[in-house]
Design a protein around this ligand. Structure first.
Ligand code: PRP
Length: 204
């Protein structure tokens, strides 16, 4: 049995599509169901940020998760494959009227990615104040709570519509196929077969 943790949303749909071809059978979660079993596979639907928890604890053998989550959580999972979809960027952004510079002292930064932000500014030897938020990050500089944000940018629409600009790209993100290290050694052949199938299906 291979247990797969999928991040609810578009990345789960894309992954299931490839598993449909791999298993040669349709794969659809019924209505609000969170588990789908087919042949020797069990698929579970979880929040993107929760994928590492399920895979690290070994209740899922493999999973699909954004690189931002792996980096933010300093996750020790085996990174099997960069899937090349779910692309976005971790960016520094600020109001159009704000002159961003790495020389600005005491930057106040709003973000939900505090570890990525801390690591980035530590490398620049900058002392910054980090304000942890859980969503709607773009609001913080608009109301004067922060100078800049560190946030995910996909289309750029949210920043644009809130009169923010991108000042710097910290990291390019895409979805990764990951494995629990123990599962990987116990079921290496099967997991490598899946990795290879994904590689070919996605022309990687
Ligand atoms: C993410 C991110 C940005 C937005 C970027 O938020 O934090 O706000 O998407 O996408 P765009 O560049 O295509 O506009 P999400 O939708 O996850 O909601 P959140 O504000 O609750 O984090």
């Amino acid at each position: 049995m291979i247990r797969v943790a999928l991040p609810k949303g578009r990345n789960a749909d894309k992954t299931l599509e490839i598993f449909e071809h791999f298993l040669k059978t349709p794969l659809h979660f019924e209505d609000r169901k969170l588990i789908l079993q087919k042949d020797n596979f069990s698929f579970m639907l979880v929040r993107n940020q929760d994928v590492p928890a399920y895979v690290e604890r070994g209740v899922a053998d493999i999973g699909v998760v954004g690189l931002d989550v792996l980096e933010e959580q300093k996750s020790p999972l085996v990174r099997l494959l960069d899937l090349g979809f779910g692309k976005c960027r971790v960016c520094i952004g600020s109001p159009n009227s704000y002159a961003f510079s790495f020389a600005n002292p005491n930057l106040r930064i709003a973000t939900k990615m505090t570890n990525i932000t801390k690591a980035f500014f530590a490398k620049k030897a900058m002392s910054v104040e980090i304000i942890k938020l859980y969503g709607s990050i773009e609001l913080a500089p608009l109301v004067g709570m922060a100078d800049v944000i560190v946030d995910l940018v996909e289309t750029g629409d949210t920043m644009r519509q809130n009169n923010l600009k991108i000042d710097y790209t910290i990291m390019d993100i895409s979805a990764y196929l990951v494995a629990n290290p123990n599962s990987f050694y116990r079921q290496k052949q099967r997991i490598l077969e899946i990795q290879n199938y994904f590689k070919n299906a996605l022309n990687l």
